[in-house]
Design a protein around this ligand. Sequence first.
Ligand code: NAD
Length: 501
Amino acid sequence: MDVRRMLIGGELVEAASGRTFEVVDPCRVETVGRVPQGGAEDVDRAVAAARRAFDEGPWPAMAPEERVRLLLDVADRLEARQDELMALESRQAGIPIRKTTLMDIPVGLEMFRSMVRASLRVARYEPLPWIDFPAVSWNFVLREPVGVCAGICAWNFPWLFAMWKSAPALAMGNTLVLKPASYTPLTALEFARACVEAGLPPGVVNVVTGGGGTVGAALCEHPGVDKVSFTGSTEVGREVQRRAAATVKRVTLELGGKSPNIVLPDADLALAVDGALFAAFFNAGQACEAGTRLLLHEAIHEEFLERLRERIGRVRVGDTADFETTMGPLITEGQRRKVEEYIRSAREEGATLLCGGGRPKDVPPGWFVEPTVFAGVTPGMRIFREEIFGPVLAVTRFGTLDEAVALANDTTYGLAAAVWSRDTLGALDLARRIRAGTVWINDYHLIHADAPFGGYKQSGRGRELGRYGLEEYTEIKHVHVDQIGPDRDRKFWFDYVMNRE
Ligand code: NAD
């Protein structure tokens, strides 16, 4: 049995309790490996190591170029074994090997490199405009690392999140305790190994595996942690914020979504149909930004659904090890149960099943659900309002643009949206009216390392990626340097406290 170790203070270690838990391939329902079952004691050790590395170690004060050199070396080492990472990511998360090969691993590594390099462009020193009243002084702003950062990740894109949490935190001079999701810790442990091999100072990166309620909760509450960056559900995000409040930690949250995908009558329909399938069924619908509410203009509604039914067979569900497979299973049996419960609720509430709705045949024994489309969905229905996190698309019809905007914004979420139209200016006008952190026009899911990603409303707070994401890992310090001159005795504001006559 393949038993991995986690990283604390530069050492690959077991959990203090000696306990381990298994990681299961959701496609074949086979054990992929075992990892340490971390607990509060391991969090204490990891935070102490990260604290030491930050307070006493070379990392925060190191020349940024040197940090970048070391981090790019980590990326090179990972790239050298990317075939292994592609296979491991596919098996632990039930993601088709086609996608981990073409997207997750190489794109994750490129995003890591891109953020690390971009850190050199974040101004660490910014002069403020000349100030000569009341004191003649030189004023400037320093951007400094926040300190010890905890990165808590979801399971749907385990590798991407390991890259998104680590690159900006480390490049900006922070130290890190990374907690991968308990279903998918294996590739994050490979990242840990590469950090050791590249010679990062001990304690700069720590990876603790274990449960959310234990390791995750302990990180949120720990007084030695300065910032928590969390990716996961809105429900747990609220708890993270609550737990972090006692020590007033910096918190960034990347949470759930129920994103609208709007098709206008002048759209390129062939493109928009494939785009709608891509938006909804990418990663088996287990994507926070998934376009799960398809809003169709009434003029193209019937034709669009007809085309959708024709094209849905191109989404190939099956064995994740087969390169032709484009959609794998859901992460767990519990997740499948939850998705099937939503399918039942849609039927009961009167939505029309257009395709799917069941379990596919002739697939491995894992947690598969067919790509499913419901038409006639109204805003009162649960599948319109709640995040399903599975391959279920809800279609709603609209008549006017105002109606489309009202439907799009009729949600507690605000992560992403898309508009399909040949009229770019019209689409831009709609994009402005939608309350979401990302709006694509004639595309979907394209998240750039240089562009901010994050949510309005209950989809989160703060942004990841780009300059915006890097800045979230900094504190801003104002420095005021008095220009002691001939008027040094005329600091009249001292008179607020004492009579100096
Ligand atoms: P989750 O909220 O159940 O878990 C996320 C992480 O938090 C895991 O590592 C988990 O172990 C940990 N955790 C659980 N309980 C905790 C607690 N009490 N304190 C601290 N940490 C705790 O989410 P999930 O099921 O892993 O992921 C699916 C959810 O994540 C969906 O809602 C999805 O929309 C969201 N998501 C958001 C983004 C985004 O960038 N906005 C990206 C991916 C996923």
